[in-house]
Design a protein around this ligand. Sequence first.
Ligand code: GUN
Ligand code: ZN
Length: 431
Amino acid sequence: MAELKAIRASILHFPNSTTSPEQDFEYFADGILVIEGERIKAIGSTADIQSEFPTLTVQDHSGKLLIPGLIDTHLHFPQTEMIASYGEQLLEWLQNYTFPTERKFANPQYAQFIADKFLNQLWSNGTTTALAYATVHQCSAESLFSAAYEKNMQLITGKVCMDRNSPEWLSDTAESAQKESAQLIEKWHNKGRLKYAITPRFAPTSTPEQLTALGELVKSYDDVYVQTHLSENKDEIEWVKALYPDSRDYLHVYEQYGLVNERTVFGHCIHLEEHTWEQLGAHQSIIAFCPRSNLFLGSGLFDIEQAQRYKVPVTLASDVGAGDSFNMLRTQGEAYKVCQLQSITLHPYKGLYMMTQGSASALGLPDIGNLNPGTMADFVLLNPSFNELSELRMQSRENTPEDTLFALSMLGDERSIQSTWIAGQPVYQQN
Ligand code: GUN
Ligand code: ZN
């Protein structure tokens, strides 16, 4: 039997899949999480856990808030270094910043170097699972998989596929995209906690032949994910219309090639027609809501109420490098503001749910997202009073967990992440 570890803190999570996270949470103001090896053994109030495990040695983090590890469902690991690049909207931003940066990943050593930096950024911001895009180069996906595998991390990635409207030095073909993606699936999908996502960048950079080849892969490997972009920017949408004149709408392009199912994750979905919402609901595809990116690139405001109306699962995502922070709590803060601009009030528990249990349920990942006994011990300890201002804010009134969470979503940064744990081991600790 592995030695038990135990952490005392305030503990907050959503034990089940729910449509009402405002009600269906579990909170222990003074609680203990017990870990055995890589999994959670028990969760409860300090009094209950101490009577059940009388000889337990406990690390006391009273005053801190323990939550499940955060899940970021859409970001680009090669764009780590180009975060915060000035002045352009989507299509120019891709040409001017993204493609030249992604070119560097033809070099496997460079890809490995950035993969390590990328994971450090995730962990120092409390993120323990990511659904990340690599570049067109097979070695870029290899490097991220191997870095995550070393830490027994639950991570999903895939080689980007693009065979038109991209520079020649950043293009594959229909055949090579299918072959290299299949090789990566065979090698990495379901190895440890890793999963594969077939990754056409977006409709404008794939020929019908390439999308056909990728649709064949979806048929052959029925438990892999698909990740791509949908209806982010108005010029992009017009371009898709011109490139695919026979498709009813942007989503229909992906539907025609067999790329849309309940394991398809669409980034953005800002400008959708009513019938597209209906189709997304029918497919139960997943939307990655990327508020920081949508504001940064001026793409528009995501309509969370439409998603609710059509019962489309929504998860939160940073979309680094168009998103200007790796911090998912701050991403939640920006989601709140995007909703404010539409006279919608986003409850802090709804935000937390969309980056923990809600994402795990949408992605069908039973081992993460909550702190139930048996779940993998991926969690974060937050320090709500990490600087003078946050301390003042926390002392200003009697704090509820939702108020603490909300303040962190506005004020927090790496200093508010006390430690991040993956599979029962700390991968990041504040000095
Ligand atoms: N659409 C196609 N590629 C990209 C990308 O790298 N970032 C964003 N935000 N949108 C995209
Ligand atoms: Zn993206």
